[in-house]
Design a protein around this ligand. Structure first.
Ligand code: ADP
Ligand code: MG
Length: 397
């Protein structure tokens, strides 16, 4: 559809037949089936999840796919086209426990560990993977991997678990075996995504409202622009933000910042010292913006109207929460200047991706403006694709 010279790239196709053939080569037999789980991008609501607030992700059209065959012993063999030239890794499930060193295979064997913790019957599997979700870009390749594994294992062994439990197994694998402290948003989005919808997730109640998000109907596109910058201290900064929002809640006498009423926000926040005030203000206002955006979309409003809230969210992350970096700010500003209705960094911060809401007809010029701005600033060359809200984890064959 879009040529190589385009600033907006079409994601690589995944070759399902090729994966099945690779499975046969690796493990000498046919897989019992093939499953897929998508990456995700969050439309609005950042660092709200660990404060009991709202988030609004979509599942992407980019997937991790898995060809899988159950085994009758306790061994997992896993190979990924994305890592180590596709060489398989072998792990005995009985060895899997927190603190173990399983590298990228943690996201797979961790699901087996999590299922055992819940008393589900777990036998080994052979699994071959391919993916067109970029790894480590903030688009949740990790959740795509853990959730495709959980969905497949569950279907093959008849665990009979609901979607939320599939997501839980993925999160447990990430939290306890891979050692990545994520909330449940990534995994819920990967499992529960729906075409042409965004998911308003109440992270405290763990409920999902599917909100119509069909931008094509309005002549609009959502660009995801990857800054290709990653902050080496992101983990420490994340821990600091988590700690400072907890401290703010404690000082305000609420269990979570979610509980601070919006009406009296300014006077409430006056009770906090400057840094905590700004940290808390970001969390509380961004969660409120999720509710506003979701309400507007649910009412069928013109999505152009959410653009202002995307910009406000970016300013809040930049000035109050201080989780943006110069390359990301430059992309956001360039997108808006080039005609985006709104743009914001998405994800945990200190690099990663920017989303921009644009007219279909402006997608190319906005993406090019971001590339040009990065060149002027001496930043890595960003790449862009169009985000298409898609269905969650499912069996393909
Ligand atoms: P993100 O989830 O935003 O892509 P993370 O750092 O959370 O970034 O997860 C990326 C890591 O997940 C990779 O470094 C790798 O260990 C693992 N991973 C994700 N997808 C795959 C895959 N298809 N094959 C092998 N490992 C993967
Ligand atoms: Mg991740």
């Amino acid at each position: 559809m879009k040529g190589d010279m385009s600033a907006v790239r079409t994601p690589a196709e995944i070759d399902i037949d090729g994966l099945v053939a690779r499975f046969a080569q690796l493990y000498d037999g046919a897989p019992a089936g093939v499953w897929a789980a998508p990456g995700r991008v969050n439309i609005i609501g950042e660092h709200t999840d660990y404060n009991g607030g709202f988030v609004l992700p979509i599942a992407l059209a980019q997937h991790t796919i898995a060809a899988v065959q159950p085994r009758d012993d306790g061994v997992v063999r896993v190979a990924s086209a994305s890592i180590d030239g596709g060489a398989p890794v072998e792990v005995e499930l009985s060895r899997v426990a927190p603190g173990g060193e399983f590298g990228w295979a943690s996201y797979v064997v961790g699901v087996g560990w999590a299922a055992r913790q819940r008393g589900l019957p777990v036998t080994g599997i052979d699994i071959a993977l391919d993916s067109n979700v970029p790894l480590g870009a903030g688009l949740s390749s990790s959740a795509a991997l853990s959730c495709v594994t959980a969905r497949a294992w569950s279907d093959l062994l008849g665990w009979g678990i609901d979607d939320e439990t599939v997501a839980d197994l993925g999160r447990d694998a990430e939290n306890h075996i891979a050692g990545a402290p994520t909330g449940l948003m990534d995994q819920l989005a990967s499992v529960c995504g729906r075409a042409a919808h965004a998911m308003q997730i109440d992270t405290r109640a763990v409920t999902i409202d599917q909100i119509p998000f069909d931008l094509g109907k309005f002549g609009l596109s959502l660009l995801v622009i990857d800054s290709h910058t990653e902050h080496s201290h992101a983990g420490g900064e994340y821990a600091e933000r988590r700690q400072s929002t907890q401290e703010a809640a404690l000082r305000l006498g609420v269990s979570e910042l979610r509980d601070v009423p919006l009406e009296s926000l300014a006077t409430t926040l006056d009770k906090l010292p400057d840094l905590l005030r700004r940290r808390a203000r970001h969390v509380i206002t961004d969660s409120a913006r999720v509710e506003q955006v979701a309400a507007m979309l649910a009412a069928g409003d013109d999505p152009r109207r959410i653009g202002r809230l995307l910009n406000d969210s970016h300013a809040s992350m930049r000035d109050d929460f201080e989780i943006t970096v110069p390359s990301v700010d430059s992309i956001q500003a360039a997108a808006v200047k080039a005609g985006a209705h709104g743009a914001r960094m998405t994800g945990g911060g200190f690099g990663g991706c920017v989303i921009a809401l644009v007219e279909d007809t402006a997608a190319e010029s906005v993406a090019q403006a971001c590339v040009d701005a990065a060149a002027r600033g001496g930043f890595p060359t960003p790449t862009a694709f169009e985000a298409v809200p898609s269905a969650g984890a499912a069996r393909l064959r």
